[in-house]
Design a protein around this ligand. Sequence first.
Ligand code: CTP
Length: 403
Amino acid sequence: MNVLLGVCGGIAACKAPELVRELGRADCRVRCILTPAASSFCAPLALEILSGHEVWDESYLRPGTGGVEQHVELGQWADVLLVAPATANTISRLAWGLADDLLTTTALMVDGPVVVAPAMHATMWEHPAVRESVARLRQRGVRVVGPDVGPLASGELGVGRLAELPAIASAVLAAASSGDLAGRRVVVTAGPTWEAVDSVRFLANRSSGRMGFAIAERAARRGAVVRLISGPSALAAPHGVERRDVTSALEMLEAVREECEGADVVVMAAAVADYRPASAAAGKLKKRDGGLESIALVENPDILAELARMAPDAVRVGFAAETEDLIENARQKLASKGAHLLVANDVSRRDIGFDSHDNEVVVLRREGEPVRIGKRGKGEVADGILDLVRGELDARTRSAVIS
Ligand code: CTP
């Protein structure tokens, strides 16, 4: 997603470079415009380095600099316009459609969502002129995030502090989201499971949880109420997602059983261990006792297969981690596990799959041709999978209407 960040001249502008980072962590491409006053508070070079692009300012409006085309080009490039920090001056000019600098001129070229994160002294924020402008922006559908209560530049305590950067990034993502999963209950499993051998050892696999976390994050961004059931993973819970941690396959089964009640969608992205040691030793097995020469294993329940009984009405999505015969193996899993969609994943490649940031998958459906989602970031792959999930949900709604 392309985010055009307009930085205005206030003390909070010194947080703009970190905001660019925060947006980058959320997979956004960022370009920055500085108002004339902003460069006193924020070094353009810092923004240039972190956004990976030149930073645009008033100098582009001088004749011969290509500035006229620039505001058109930037406005059309942006999926979302974010103004942060937004000063009282810029808020008022945006509210009334003035176009007397590059930022406000470009703002009139943006036809996507606009997010404004104000920061100013509490008295300015309460001033009727500012209240009126903010109300006007809200009326036009502009999202206003913050300001927060806290210490202000003047040393006083009050409302006027720039909202926390993750909250601003979330507002941007939410503003750009289609909201097409609004109100849907989605359960996602992710990560590996650990199967205890004794009190200090376990059997595990190389899953990092990235793909499942990405699906949870994108589903939440699209308005779903998301429960993420995660095996051991170092990843942080995505914003707006409720996380439940489990360790073993048996614990994951229990968690899924509880969470899938009433779910519209269940996505089994976890790399569930097929086997567990028949019994885990209470203490640490000693080498001298020959305790690790062989480990008797028993099969774990297949959670996805059991979902057909536990969540018969939900759209059920499975993954197939394969190192050979990708499509054929995945087709068999689609049928044998009663899934509606099966995401086939070649885990023999090092550039995609386990623990990498990218993925490339083929999604098999009960009906219809397989859909290939070419190599891209796991967030975008997650969105591609969720598009197909939405297709399944829409088809159900249509058939319910017909019958
Ligand atoms: N799965 C599950 N419970 C298990 C094993 C797997 O729910 N005990 C789910 C996984 O979450 C995934 C799908 O089944 O959605 C396929 O997992 P995969 O490991 O590819 O297949 P397996 O059934 O384990 O078969 P194999 O290991 O023989 O490829």
